[in-house]
Structure formats: C-alpha cells, structure tokens
Design a protein around this ligand. Structure first.
Ligand code: CTP
Ligand code: CA
Length: 225
C-alpha cells in the first residue's frame, strides 16, 4: 500500500535520492567501500516525502526506509548508474547524495583469492567508475539536479567547479575535515551553491533539520513548474 500525500510543496513531484557508499567487489567475499552512513540521503528522502513528493531512495545502506519512501537496493557504482538513469527521465528532482567509489576493481575474481606464497604484497588494479552526476547532467532536460561535494580543502572553489562541470543546479558543499560534519555523524554543516546565486551557508544542525532546509530551497525552485 502506498499512501500518496496530496498536500505539501512537492505534492505531485517525483524525487529520486541516492544515498550511502557504493560497494565494489574484489572477490566473492571482499569489497571496497567507504565510511558514508547514508544518513544525509535518507534525511533528504524523508524531507521530500514530508513535502508530499513521490520519493525513491536508491541505496546500498541497510538503514530502514523512511515512511512512504520506496527503496531500490544497489551495490556498485554501475548498479547505481543504471538505477538512476532508468528513473531520471520521469523524475522532477534527482539528488546524488551517495558517496560513489571513484574506482572499482578492474577484474573481480570469480573465486576467493588465495594468499600467494611467492609475494609478500598484493597489487589490485582499479579502473575509474562512471560519473553518475555528470551523466545525469548531460541527460538533463527539465529535471532539477542536486549534487554533493565532500572536500577537505578549498571547499567553495572545488564545489563551484563540480556544479559547473557536472551541469548540476545545486551543489551541497561539505567540509569533511571539520569535527561533527559529514561522514557518519548525525549533524552536518554545509554551504549551498546554486547557479546565479551567492553561496548560502547553513548552520550546523541535525541532518534531518538540514535536509528540511535544503528541500525547502529545492521546492522554491521546482514548485509551480
Ligand atoms: N559522483 C557521481 N559519480 C562518481 C563520483 C561522484 O555521481 N563516480 C557524485 C557524488 O554523488 C556527488 C558529486 O558527484 O554528488 C561529487 O562527488 P565528489 O566525490 O565530491 O567529487 P568527484 O567528482 O568524485 O571528485 P573528487 O572525489 O576527485 O573530489
Ligand atoms: Ca569522488
């Protein structure tokens, strides 16, 4: 049973959010991932649902889905690309909150890898993953496209570059070098970059409060369209 809310600033809008880290296999029992908890993306999905949107969350995280949000489980960056591009055309807002692995193992082993008695070390070849946000940016027609930037230095310069290069409409810039911010925490502090607008620094707050702030900025851009 899916309850559709008729009210809210995003009523009638379709929102797709990606959340959490990706999982890239090395062999059947080993993988490469990162410290993303998925909390920020889940909070954004909840905030969109609260505003009446029809929300889909694409994630590798095992957190329970927020009420009224449809879950699409994925593992690798390529799974995530397929899930996002499949839904993109029929979506009003797409948010790439996922921490996508920039690289994957070139040739994952079919069988569990054995220790090699001849070598003290092991080298694994990695190849670059597709850039999902940039791919959606290229395919964009009327969709409102939101990306994140996790940086430890020169936050606004790098984030502004990503906004432009990936053809996003909003970039949520996250200084992950600060305590209490970003990966794994329940709180976050970000600066929002939008095209043709001054950067807007939002206060340090819970990820849910922050998600509601971000979603209200997004609603301002898409409501009535
Ligand atoms: N992203 C993506 N696909 C990738 C890598 C990143 O869609 N293969 C998205 C992220 O979900 C995020 C944005 O691009 O919304 C920026 O991610 P980030 O890791 O900060 O930037 P990168 O472009 O990967 O550059 P770098 O890691 O070198 O800073
Ligand atoms: Ca990256």
């Amino acid at each position: 049973l899916k309850l559709r809310q008729q009210t809210g600033r995003l009523a009638g809008k379709k929102v797709v959010v990606s959340a959490g880290g990706t999982v890239e296999p090395i062999d059947p029992v080993r993988f490469i991932t990162n410290r993303s908890s998925g909390k920020m993306g889940y909070a954004l999905a909840q905030a969109a649902a609260e505003q009446g949107a029809d929300v889909t969350l694409v994630s590798s995280s095992e957190l329970p889905a927020p009420v009224g949000v449809a879950m699409v489980p994925v593992q690798s960056a390529r799974d995530l690309l397929a899930a996002m591009t499949e839904r993109f055309e029929d979506t009003d807002v797409a948010i790439m909150a996922a921490a996508v692995s920039d690289y994957r193992v070139a040739t994952p082993a079919d069988q569990k890898m054995k220790k090699n008695a001849d070598h003290a070390g092991l080298t694994i070849d990695l190849v670059e993953n597709p850039d999902i946000l940039a791919t959606l940016g290229q395919q964009k027609t009327t969709q409102y496209l939101v990306g994140f930037a996790a940086e430890t230095q020169d936050l606004l310069t790098y984030a502004q570059n990503k906004l432009e290069k990936k053809n996003a409409d909003m970039l949520v810039a996250n200084d992950v070098s600060k305590a209490q911010v970003g990966f794994g925490h329940d709180t976050n502090e970000v600066t929002l970059l939008q095209r043709d607008a001054a950067p807007e620094k939002l206060p340090l707050q819970s990820k849910l409060a922050l998600a509601r702030d971000i979603m209200s900025r997004i609603a301002t851009q898409v409501e009535g369209k």
